[in-house]
Design a protein around this ligand. Structure first.
Ligand code: SF4
Length: 362
């Protein structure tokens, strides 16, 4: 598989070809990706035919669009039937790809469809980078309306916890930044709070953006929504996020999925404002895109407005984000759920449960 090999090893897949072919192929894979090797016009026909079966490490099994075409969600399957989800989101001056770093996820966040499916396996660097390449290739043929016809921004907010797959995500970042030439500042790594991973990311040479999925301001509440908080409590997470800001000079973002009756109270907003000021962070408030696997839901419009007003009164820098692609199950894990259905017995981490609890990990 072409994307599964490091770009530096492409020549080993081109036995019998002149040495410059590797650079030509690298351009077609990483700089101007194409959907089909027949579009690799400076390679011989025989070589294009030989490469075609190995071009993509997955096949597309579902494509859905929403938001008047501005959101396109892709569900891929690998040869061993592993599901991978990506979402392309168009805006007036940017086109953002939300990609997956793991198949499934072991973190078990209670509001997340992927968390309820449990962990399947780590995605390889080539499987991560191929999501970017495929999205770039499809956009050149079928751009989203009123948005750039190329991927300008990448966010690691799809299936999986990227910092729990550090070595492979790092290699994917290297290829994106050094070979695809996507600016590090246009890439966001979003974590639910893997503190040692944040520290390692701060040591890397690239000023990528860091987003923290916070969702609660006390350890008790956070552990019930985001179980990894028991291992990496708020005090340590806040300190590490602040360290990232100081090392990189990049403002950290706090992601806050607003869940009715759980983290939408005024006192949560007041404490959130204090934490954001300590982290020097911007807050993105996203009303929950509910999954059929849990009873959680988004608050009413009035509660959302009150929460935002409290943040603003407290001097926090906060934005209310739209739910993108709610009609097409665009929250992570939902497209897979939509395509495969709920078997009724879903894994959460290593446990098998028959019902999804409202709070806490089974
Ligand atoms: S929200 Fe992210 S970290 Fe939490 S279970 Fe879902 S994919 Fe994993």
């Amino acid at each position: 598989m072409l994307y599964l090999s490091p770009p530096e090893d492409l020549s080993s897949l081109l036995v019998g070809e002149p040495s410059y072919r590797a650079k030509q192929l690298e351009r077609w894979l990483y700089r101007t990706p194409v959907l089909d090797t027949s579009e690799m016009t400076n390679l011989s026909t025989a070589l294009r035919e030989r490469l075609q079966p190995n071009l993509w490490p997955f096949r597309v099994v579902l494509t859905e669009t929403a938001d008047d075409g501005a959101t396109r969600k892709l569900l891929f399957k690998t040869p061993r039937e592993t599901s991978i989800e990506s979402v392309i989101m168009g805006y007036p001056r940017r086109t953002t790809l939300c990609l997956s770093s793991q198949a499934g996820c072991a973190m078990g966040c209670t509001f997340c469809a992927t968390g309820q499916f449990g962990f399947e396996r780590q995605l390889e660097p080539g499987e991560i980078i191929a999501q970017v390449a495929y999205a770039s290739a499809i956009l050149r043929k079928e751009p989203l309306p009123d948005s750039p016809s190329r991927i300008t921004n990448v966010v690691f907010m799809g299936m999986g916890e990227p910092l729990a797959n550090y070595r492979r995500v790092r290699e994917a970042l290297r290829r994106m930044i050094d070979i695809m030439k996507i600016p590090a500042r246009a890439i966001t790594v979003s974590t639910v709070g893997i503190v040692p991973g944040i520290r390692k990311l701060a040591d890397e040479p690239w000023p990528v953006n860091l987003a923290i999925s916070l969702h609660a301001t006390t350890d008790e509440l956070r552990s019930s929504i985001v179980p990894i908080n028991e291992r990496y409590p708020l005090h340590d997470l806040i300190a590490e996020a602040r360290n990232y800001f100081e090392r990189k000079g990049r403002r950290v973002t706090i992601e806050w999925a607003l869940i009715s009756g759980e983290n939408d109270q005024e006192e949560e907003a007041v404490r959130l404002a204090v934490i954001a000021q300590r982290m020097r962070a911007h807050i993105n408030v996203i009303p929950l895109n509910p999954t059929p696997l849990t009873a959680q839901s988004a608050p009413s419009a009035a509660t959302i407005q009150k929460f935002m007003s409290t943040l603003q009164r407290q001097g926090a820098n906060a934005t209310l984000r739209n739910i993108r692609g709610a009609s097409i199950n665009a929250a992570c894990g939902q497209l897979r759920l939509h395509a495969e259905g709920d078997s009724g017995r879903l894994r959460t981490g290593t446990a098998t449960v028959t019902a999804i609890p409202r709070k806490g990990k089974a």
